[in-house]
Ligand binder design. Sequence first.
Ligand SMILES: [Mn+2]
Length: 315
Amino acid sequence: MNLDFKAILKTIEDADVITLYRHTHPDCDALSSQNGLCSWIKTNFPEKRVYRLGAETTDQTVYPPSDTVDEDTIRTSIAIVLDTGNKERIDDQRYAFAKQVIKIDHHPNLDPYGTQNYVCEEAAATCEILTSFFASCENQIMNHEIATYLYKGLLTDTLCFRTSNTTQHTLEMAAKLASYNLAIPELNRELFDVSCKTFHFSNWIRSNTQLFGEHLAYVIIPEAIQHEYNISASSARNRIDEIGHVKEFSIWALFTEKTVDGHKLYDGSLRSKTAIINTIANQYHGGGHKNASGVKDLTENDLQNLLKDLYKVSN
Ligand SMILES: [Mn+2]
């Protein structure tokens, strides 16, 4: 990993107050990198005041609730923003009041909003970058709790080391974390076992998947179905893997319907095996990684145009 972590260690050592941020609609990589870094700082620098900000949570697994922080405290702090490509996505825009902003991320660095930016697009997860950072620190302690957080982020962002950005380095970092006596089978179950209701919802997704041409698969989940299965739109989009990993599909997309001011709009998750789709997602209020992106607030017309654009790169 081509990052020099000396300056960030120095900045943390020099700070009295540190505020930690993650992206909106947080996934396990966002929450794990935030909680893992918090735990690492508290373990190694117990005199420092560290706060984790962010209003939203995930229902995939349990993380401690966020901290409550006033604006004056943020003004005295250095901000570290994790797993967040652009400033609009930072959950708690008061990060901008901080004395310094450090960005640690693995999304394309289109918005280098940090006063220090530690961005490695080749990393499969922000937790992979943090593992590298912690391993580079000779005098600091790692422990089971920190390793468990980071492993969760690594495992979920790579879908159990199956995504195209899983590399030798990813697996080396996972092995380092595993050396802290991780409960690997239990973590797998905690993160990936689904409820019976979700199992049936997965059947609905598979039964209602449509093809656009031969290699583009997509499914649109109406609001009524989200209600019927009692699943939030973001959790529904997280089931996108149900239609992935099919030999014939090179791109797959899952959209959730919502009603805004009486109009139907759609948010979507997009995945591909090799086609570059984030440049397309960028044109539809979205973005992300080369092979894993999201879009939002699409009209019916936008959705049809997006499918046409995806179809063009699906062969
Ligand atoms: Mn991530």
